[in-house]
Design a binder for this molecule. Structure first.
Ligand code: 5GP
Length: 201
């Protein structure tokens, strides 16, 4: 018997998840292709180095995992060898009640000494740019050899401070998105694609 969910998926591309209807914006296939392309770029730029990937929790959890795995796998089609990386995480809470100042509260720091290291910050999304600007400033003070940023999706229309990631999966329109690590009230993070909540199921 066809379920309500599979009928919705087959006919409209809408997905029922957790009692909500989600409209796909970036499919799982496209997400994985973006991760692979980003790994190709990172491999090219970090040849002979062992970068430290710093995932920003909680949202970048899936992305940093897939990116690290992709780098570790290599890509025989373009002669990309498996690349060693180290992984660390930091957690921040954005804005701490004040959206105007861009104040970010550090909840958990990395445990790696980054002095002289090639650090690549890995984040799910850049929106106003305030969070990554703040994090970069904090880490720069620890004198890494290099400090770059890789984001999966970018909403350039929303920028309030100048910020340009070195690596971007895709620019998306100014919509609140969920999935592939991105949450709404801590939910939807484990969707394998990125989408928009369009209503109740
Ligand atoms: P910023 O505005 O500082 O660039 O981004 C701050 C944080 O807001 C991001 O790290 C992310 O956690 C959250 N954020 C921004 N846009 C979205 C969105 O469309 N969906 C979700 N789930 N979170 C977002």
């Amino acid at each position: 018997m066809a379920t309500h969910q599979s009928e919705i998926q087959a006919h409209t591309g809408l997905i029922e998840f957790n009692g909500q209807i989600i409209e796909k914006m970036v499919s799982e296939h496209e997400v994985q292709a973006m991760v692979q392309r980003l790994a190709d770029e990172i491999y090219r730029d970090y040849a002979g180095k062992k970068p430290l990937l710093v995932g920003i929790l909680k949202g970048a959890n899936l992305f940093v995992g897939d990116l690290a795995r992709e780098l570790g796998r290599g890509n025989p089609e373009i002669g990309r060898l498996p690349m060693p990386v180290e992984i660390d995480f930091l957690q921040v809470s954005s804005y701490a009640g004040d959206t105007s100042t861009g104040h970010v509260e550090k909840k958990m720091d990395i445990s790696t000494d980054i002095k002289g290291r090639d650090v690549l910050l890995v984040e799910d999304i850049v929106d106003t740019g305030k969070t990554l600007t703040w994090i970069k400033k904090q880490l720069q003070e620890r004198q890494p050899a290099s400090l770059n940023v890789c984001v999966l999706v970018d909403k350039p229309e929303r920028r309030e401070v100048y910020f340009k990631p070195e690596y971007t999966g895709k620019s998306i329109p100014n919509k609140f998105v969920v999935g592939y690590g991105l949450d709404f009230n801590q939910e939807f993070r484990n969707l394998p694609f990125i989408g928009i909540v369009v209503g109740q199921a």
